[in-house]
Design a protein around this ligand. Sequence first.
Ligand SMILES: Cc1cc2nc3c(=O)[nH]c(=O)nc-3n(C[C@H](O)[C@H](O)[C@H](O)COP(=O)(O)OP(=O)(O)OC[C@H]3O[C@@H](n4cnc5c(N)ncnc54)[C@H](O)[C@@H]3O)c2cc1C
Length: 392
Amino acid sequence: MLETRSHIVILGAGFGGLTAANMLRKGLSAEHHIVVIDKKDYFLMGVVNLWILGGNRRLEDSKVSLSNLKNKGIEFLQDDVIQIDFHKKIVRTKLSKQIEYDYLILGLGVDFAIEQINGFTENRGFNLYDATQVPKLREKILSIKGGNIAICITDIPYKCPPAPYEASLIIDDILTQSGIRDSINVDLYTPTQIALPVAGPKISQDVVNLLNRHNINFHPLHKLKRVINEKELEFGNGDMMDYDVLIGIPPHKIPMMVANSPGLLKEGENWINVDKFTLRTNYENVFAIGDVTEIKVNQYVAIPKAGIFAEAEAKVVSQQIIDEITNNNKSQNPRFDGKGYCFMEIGGKKAGYITADFYNEAGPITKLEPPSQELYEKKIDFERSRLAEWLL
Ligand SMILES: Cc1cc2nc3c(=O)[nH]c(=O)nc-3n(C[C@H](O)[C@H](O)[C@H](O)COP(=O)(O)OP(=O)(O)OC[C@H]3O[C@@H](n4cnc5c(N)ncnc54)[C@H](O)[C@@H]3O)c2cc1C
């Protein structure tokens, strides 16, 4: 059977979107049109925030232009997606374009909602997840001579669950190297009962032991309620704590345009619900991948918001589309397997390694490999290899 020309539209040039665009381009002949739409004109990997914090990287050196996609035969449109009409199979954008699709992949990530924390911005809180704020945060840490540094996980779910813990250990390292660690308290507050609910109690305890060894105070069941007078934190449990530097992991919310596209979110859902194996939504030929989705593994755990899962999901989606378009009757029936990993940086150019198998029949399995310099090098390569494949 002859292939007809297909239009594949990918919303979001992040971890998932860039994986999908590249895999589709390699798997489909040039007549099939692949377009990626993003409001930004560059890609910046989340992990870079930690390297800027640690002083190993500059923001200016870390952005890669999305216009490079055209060298790979992928069209890139810098535009804000406003709405999707699933019945007409059209994406509407801010510059009033209407883009038709045969296949649509939503990889729109999350929006931050720091405004939900009363007084955070007004009282000079730093958003660790906004790369543009991290250089100033580093300057601030280097400038203080004593006091309290507070790191607050404000809500769950948030992306890359180990990142706030990594940040606390990197800060410990900075202060130790500057010779002022003894004059500064580092406190980590989280609304959860254990450090990493997605990784389970054993790894959570390992992380808390690690924090203890570095004199980082861990405060579970502390949900930040408001920030007062550039010096005090009020928590939901009534506790009041002082701070001199406030670092927040902001509440995450679904991108506005998803909420504006009727039918995608059912009542009571905060994230897009997809089939846990195929990543299909309820609409024909519409898939959602990565942080914009919620894939429940059991009553307590969902697939974490992390690039490694966005990437794995993008590959499964792309293979399904390639198989359909090319009428591949030898298809292996691609399925997302719920497996992933991440490197947990601990300062001093060392990292541990967490692996997870969320779809394991007897329940999720997670393992932590002890930190080493070799694993840190692998973390550096994690970014390098992906940029090379996607954009360079
Ligand atoms: C500090 C930090 C460290 C991290 N470390 C790791 C790590 O070590 N390993 C790991 O696996 N993950 C890590 N992550 C998490 C990882 O960055 C995310 O989980 C991943 O980027 C999610 O991929 P995604 O494709 O779902 O969304 P994203 O990569 O966030 O991409 C979404 C894209 O959609 C675009 N977009 C949104 N709305 C619109 C709109 N209306 N119109 C047009 N474009 C739009 C955005 O501009 C964005 O480019 C880290 C994150 C942070 C913050």
